[in-house]
Design a protein around this ligand. Structure first.
Ligand code: ZN
Length: 241
């Protein structure tokens, strides 16, 4: 792609403001920590957006100039405006914007609206996690070993109420016996979705080099294709005749 991929990292940005222990891990917020390692790639143009910003961080001019929207939310899913969720969904389906929900975004309104299921799962305390790479030929798993020893993460387990993934990239094992489909892709309309599980606010997963690599690869994969003129502006009969 000749132009840079325009990435917006949306974050509800509440835990870090209210909890000292979380602020100690991510002093400027999870979104800023993600931006820091993404900024090392000169093919990306990264900006931050937060729930408490005007227009919940995503006024039309930002959303319409975003190629890949990353999303982290947890305690404030319900505060996200339904009208904004609809705009995000339409931008994925019709505009081809990539959507990259992380960790507890499995219960976010945009994720549920875009993939079409509840996103509920089994969860428990923090446990040792291994992430197994089950589709090593995929662009998102490029440069990723057979498994990643992530250390401690919040346990997410099956059943995970998602549609069958179009591609299953990662399966995680947790030390008390749980397993989880921790990396899944979906094709929705013109857009692509990559869900990736690590990233609990009290853990340090966004400092893991492989998590960083996977998110970068995910952005590259999620970026929209060059579609040419929007189909809905075509006169189909003229095109055929
Ligand atoms: Zn969590």
């Amino acid at each position: 792609m000749a132009n840079k991929i325009r990435v917006t990292i949306w974050h509800e940005y509440r835990h870090e403001k209210s909890e000292e222990a979380i602020r100690a891990i991510y002093p400027n917020g999870i979104h800023a920590a993600i931006k820091e390692f993404l900024d090392k790639h000169d093919d990306l143009e990264v900006r931050l957006a937060a729930l408490d910003d005007p227009d919940q961080g995503l006024p039309d001019d930002v959303l319409n100039n975003t190629d890949v929207l990353m999303w982290w939310g947890h305690m404030a899913h319900h505060e996200v405006n339904d009208a904004l969720v609809e705009k995000i969904k339409n931008r994925v389906y019709d505009g081809g914007m990539g959507f990259l929900p992380m960790h507890s975004a499995h219960m976010s309104k945009p994720f549920r609206a875009i993939v079409g299921t509840s996103g509920k799962l089994l969860w428990s305390d923090d446990q040792h996690e291994l992430i197994w790479n089950v589709l090593p030929a995929h662009p998102i798993t490029a440069g990723i070993p057979e498994y990643i020893d992530l250390g401690t993460e919040e346990m997410y387990g099956e059943p995970f109420m998602i549609p069958q993934p179009d591609e299953l990239l990662f399966i995680s094992w947790f030390e008390h016996g749980y397993v989880f489909r921790s990396g899944c892709t979906y094709y929705r309309g013109r857009g692509k979705v990559f869900y990736f599980q690590p990233g609990h606010e009290a853990c340090r997963s966004y400092y893991n080099e492989y998590v960083q690599k996977i998110l970068y690869n995910g952005i590259k994969w999620c970026a929209p294709n060059d579609f040419g003129a929007p189909m809905h502006n075509c006169d189909y009969r003229k095109a055929i005749l």
